[in-house]
Design a binder for this molecule. Structure first.
Ligand SMILES: [Zn+2]
Length: 93
């Protein structure tokens, strides 16, 4: 397993519902945490993706959102950063 990213400041296998101290974007954390809950496998099966592959696409994306919210440079960093910008703009209008 190659791991050249900074280690996330929380347990990726079971991230807490509340953002950890290292979290710099609580809204992003909450959004990613919600996504992760939807892709929580039951007996190794993700009902949202209908797959036994783990992590499934949604779970993998959520994992990276959690890491991005804690300042970890995950591969989907850009996606999450832009998503939060769109959300913030909607909240303003
Ligand atoms: Zn899934």
């Amino acid at each position: 397993m190659t791991d050249n990213l900074t280690k996330p400041p929380f347990d990726l296998a079971s991230p807490p519902e509340d953002p950890p101290e290292a979290c710099v974007d609580p809204v992003m954390w909450a959004t990613a945490r919600e996504l992760l809950a939807e892709h929580e496998p039951v007996d190794g099966y993700c009902e949202s993706c209908e797959t036994t592959e783990f992590p499934c696409a949604g779970r993998s994306l959520a994992d990276q959102g959690l890491q991005t919210s804690c300042g970890v440079r995950a591969p989907m960093w850009d996606f999450w950063t832009h998503l939060m910008q769109v959300k913030a703009e909607h909240a303003e209008h």
